[in-house]
Design a protein around this ligand. Sequence first.
Ligand SMILES: Cc1ncc(COP(=O)(O)O)c(C=O)c1O
Length: 366
Amino acid sequence: MLDALQNSGANAGRGNHSLAVGTGRVLVRTRSMLAELFGVANSQDIAFTHNTTMGLNMAIKGTLQPGDHVISTMTEHNSVRRPLEYLRNTIGVEVDYLQVDQKGQVDLLELERTFRPNTRMVICNHSSNLLGSILPIGDIGDIAKTHGALFLVDAAQSAGALDIDVAKMNIDLLAFPGHKGLLGPQGTGGLYISPGLDLEPLMLGGTGSQSENSMQPNVRPDRYEAGTQNAVGIAGLLAGLKVIRTIGTEVIHHKEWLLTQRLMEGLAGIKGLRLLGPALGEARTGIVSFVIEGEDSAAIAHYLDRGCHIAVRAGMHCTPLAHKSADTLESGAVRASVGVSSTELEIERMLAAMKEKYGQAGSRQK
Ligand SMILES: Cc1ncc(COP(=O)(O)O)c(C=O)c1O
C-alpha cells in the first residue's frame, strides 16, 4: 500500500502513462487472484466495491422488480435485510425469512416449501456473524437453481476462511469484503456477477472507457465500477490474497476452528454462560458469541477492553433477527472473533480474564 501511494498514485484506466498502467496491473492481478479463489472463470465478472454492503446493495437493488419474491434467512445482516425491507416498502417486493434453529441452520425442506412462482432470488449468508454457523450453500444453490431462482451469497464472514466455488455452488452473485478474511484494508470488497446476468448498475459515471457514450458502458467490469477505484486499498488486498494463497483456506479454517474450540471449552466452564450457535465439536467459523445470565454484554466487553486490552464486540451485531432466534434480543451478546493471526496465548489470556471476573459463581467481582 505504501508502494502504491509513494510510487504510483495514478488512476487505473484513465491514461496510458506508465503510472496508470502500473495501477491497472495491480487491479488486474487482484481480480485474477479473487477469480482463482472463488472459482470464477472470467475475472472481468468481479467488480470491486468498497465493502460487502455495497456489493449486496448492487445485487439486490440491481435485480429485484416489483412483484418479485425473495427467500432469505433469520440470520441475515442488516446489509441484506435493510435493502430488502426498503424494496418491500417502496416497490412491493415480497420477502420470506426462513427460521433457523439454535445452531443457526435452516431446514432445507422448509426452503423447498417456501418457493412461489414469482420467487426471483434466494439470499443467504455463508456464515452468520452472530452464531458462526455455516450454511450449506452448495445445497441451497442447487435448490435455487432447480426453482429457477437467482442465488446471492453474503460471504462477509467466510471469504478467505471457507472454500467458495461459484460454479460448483450455483452462485449467481457473491458479495465479499476485502477487509476481513481476505486480510485487506477497509474500503475494499467485491461482487461476483454471473456472466448471463444483466444487473442494473447502482452507480453511473466515468469509467475511463467509451467516454463518447452517454450511457454506462456494457463491458465488465467497467459497467459496475464508475468512478475512481480504491487502488491503494486494492494493493493491500492483493498482498492479503497472496498470504491466503500461501497458507490455503483449509489450513486457515482448521486453525481458526481449533482456537474456537479451546475458547468455547474454557468459556463453558463459567457458570451461567451460554454459548450461541453450533455446539463444541461442530463446524463453525471463527466467531464465538456468548451471554452470561444476569450480566450486561456491554459491561463484559468494557471490562475486557479497558481491563485486559481484549477487543470483543457487544450488542446487536447488526443482526436483530438472529438475536431473536437465539433469544438474545433483549440482552445482546458478546462476540469474540478468532482470525488467522490469532494465537493460543491470546485465547488463554481471554479465558484467564473471563475466569478472573466471572469464573466463580456467586462471588463475581463487580
Ligand atoms: C454477515 C455480514 N454481512 C454483511 C456485513 C457487512 O459487511 P461490510 O462491513 O463489509 O459492508 C457484515 C459485517 O460484518 C457481516 O458480518
